[in-house]
Design a protein around this ligand. Structure first.
Ligand SMILES: [Cu+2]
Length: 309
């Protein structure tokens, strides 16, 4: 009767448990530091690498976090590239034909180094996903992280069409007019009810233009009238698909005034390349003035007075 090699099994199980505990401790450690302070620590490095990595300018609060993650991912890739390249060159020299004319069919027996290296890479990748990517993603999409009413957000409705962007702001009453799909027409892309007075003071900027203030959160409710488009402003590091039949919210806080291009990031038809708008980021006081100046003027009639006699 042969004995079962139980010793090896329990050793493997111990390694797995040890590995998992190590990863959990690593993730817990990094998460307790927090995304914000990790990004703050990396800030000088990100700024130093910005020209070398050709990062576009940063114009929103979360853009530094995204660039910090890009730097972290690229640093890991650099370490992997240098490490594996060095190992490759070492193997080429160490096992060259002149010293080893006959191939060894068993190959390397000691795999401790490569196994350790593999687990190191896995640990680094888990930290990147669990401590950078997921918390950053959560900040953007989780409902609790959306700006609340007390944060005084600017609310904008954006409807994409082939090929451009329609935008609409709440007027003085802080309420949009009622919408219904039955009212959608080439002149009424948002489908606003002509009989609902709440929409009378809504601000409708010219086609393909949008204005937001710095320092105040902006919530965009994004939709499309025809095909799938994607609202993308590179300096703000925002990109969201606009899907017909769905209204998708997104939020950001701009922190640098400027005129930034809104591009469509989904191939949406033959005019896709020309589908661009402009997002004007201005100071809060300039924004208030712009909103006031853009408000619809009370309707005046040019009809001649009716003679009632
Ligand atoms: Cu498009």
């Amino acid at each position: 009767m042969t004995e079962k090699p139980t010793g090896n099994h329990s050793k493997t199980i111990l390694y797995i448990i040890g590995g998992l505990a190590f990863m959990a401790a690593l993730v817990f450690g990094f998460n307790s530091i927090g995304l914000k302070s990790m990004v703050e620590t990396m800030k000088p490095l990100v700024e130093f690498l910005t020209p070398y990595m050709a990062f576009p300018e940063r114009a929103s609060e979360h853009s530094l976090k995204m660039d910090a993650m890009m730097v972290a991912v690229h640093l890991l890739m650099l370490v992997l590239f240098l490490g594996w390249s060095a190992y490759f060159i070492y193997v080429l020299i160490r096992f060259r034909e002149s010293k080893h004319p006959k191939a060894d069919y068993l190959g390397a027996q000691n795999k401790r180094f490569t196994t350790l290296a593999e687990f190191g890479v896995i640990a680094a990748e888990i930290v990147l996903i669990a401590c950078f990517a997921v918390p950053l993603w959560a900040e953007v999409v989780v409902a609790e992280k959306f700006p609340q009413k007390s944060d005084n957000p600017v609310i904008v409705r954006v409807v994409a069409q082939q090929f451009g962007w329609n935008t609409r702001y709440q007027g003085k009453d802080d309420t949009f007019g009622k919408q219904d799909v039955r009212f959608i027409s080439p002149e009424n892309k948002f489908g606003y009810s002509p009989t609902d007075n709440a929409g009378n003071d809504d601000v409708v900027p010219p086609f393909n233009s949008m204005t937001v203030p710095t320092g105040r959160p902006v919530i965009i409710y994004l939709s499309s009238t025809d095909v799938i488009h994607s609202y993308k402003v590179v300096p703000l590091r925002i990109c969201q698909d606009a899907i017909p039949g769905l209204v998708i919210p997104m939020h950001f806080k701009a922190n640098k005034p400027g005129n930034y291009m809104i591009t469509c990031a989904q191939l949406c038809g033959d005019g896709h390349a020309k589908m661009r708008g402009f997002l004007n980021v201005v100071s809060p006081s300039e924004f208030d003035k712009w909103l006031l100046d853009s408000a619809p003027k009370p309707k005046t009639t040019n009809a001649p007075p009716v003679n009632l006699e």
